[in-house]
Design a protein around this ligand. Structure first.
Ligand code: ADP
Ligand code: MG
Length: 263
């Protein structure tokens, strides 16, 4: 053994690195000093260090999952103004953020006009799931269909399907803006079928269910897709006008124009 390794501190640093306990390594001198000052015993010292290690591990894990989910924006429930969306039940959203519905493999559908906060809520609930330890994948409907078609052309469809199946929560944002090709609609249907009772989905759409045929083209396919998607589902209809529009109107203080049903 080299002479330097005889020093207990060098050995300790080495062992903590080998055991992959970086927070123990960084914090033990500080925590030791605190414990000495507090006259805390050895068990309290170990407890403080292991708590710090666990917290840091959870924080890093959540960060990794949030990055892997590929959310388009950073949104959280903290910056969602529930007063601006009176039809929405805040208690229900906070309950959904606890993710028990994901354990139950249930789905969530957010329906409403553009600008009403659907993407914001979908991302916020996705982030909440990442923080609670669930792997999440975020796609726009069109983005996922393109990715699926590409994967199929490159004979990598099975691998992609396998990857998606591993995430307990898949978010499909903006179903309804772009109609899909026949192949695209079929590939999307396959994904939704594969998740049925095995994983959760959040789907957001500006279209009421009656109009989904206009995106998926086939009435039969739309029926089968809705059948699976809505079997065990929480549906949140979001009423009202665009949040951005309302904000701009409030800024310029113009009288609001009469309510229209346009998008
Ligand atoms: P949608 O997906 O329904 O079209 P978004 O979620 O993209 O709408 O919302 C549009 C913008 O308005 C976003 O920047 C979003 O953060 C913001 N927004 C919408 N509703 C709210 C709300 N109730 N509180 C805070 N910000 C909101
Ligand atoms: Mg949106």
């Amino acid at each position: 053994m080299k002479p330097a390794m005889d020093k207990p501190q060098v050995l300790l640093d080495h062992h903590l690195r080998a055991l992959k306990l970086p927070t123990f390594l960084n914090e033990y001198p500080k925590v030791a000093a605190q414990c000495a000052a507090d006259k805390a015993d050895y068990a309290a010292f170990l407890l403080r260090l292991s708590e710090a290690e666990l917290l840091e591990r959870e924080r890093k894990g959540a960060e990794r999952r949030i990055k892997a989910a590929r959310f388009p924006t950073a949104k959280s429930l903290d910056d969602f103004d529930f007063l601006a969306t009176p039809g929405l039940n805040k208690k229900q959203i906070l309950e959904l953020a606890r993710c028990e519905w994901i354990d139950q493999k249930e789905n969530l559908i957010l329906l409403g006009n553009p600008g009403t906060g659907k993407t914001h809520l979908a991302v916020a609930l996705g982030v909440a799931a990442c923080r609670r330890g669930y792997a999440v994948r975020f796609f726009t409907g069109a983005g996922l269909v393109n990715t699926l078609v590409e994967a199929r052309n490159e004979k990598a469809l099975l691998r992609l399907q396998g990857q998606l199946a591993q995430a307990p929560l898949l978010i499909l944002d903006e179903l309804g803006y772009v109609p899909f090709s026949k192949t695209g609609a079929e590939l999307l249907f396959e994904i939704i079928s594969q998740r049925y009772e095995r994983g959760s989905l959040i789907v957001t759409s500006n279209l009421p269910f009656e109009e989904w045929t206009s995106v998926l083209e086939s009435e039969r396919l739309t029926g089968a897709l809705l059948d699976r998607l809505t079997h065990r589902v929480h549906i949140l209809p979001i009423e009202g006008e665009s949040y951005r529009l309302a904000q701009s109107k409030a800024r310029v203080k113009r009288p609001s124009p009469s309510k229209g049903g346009d998008t």
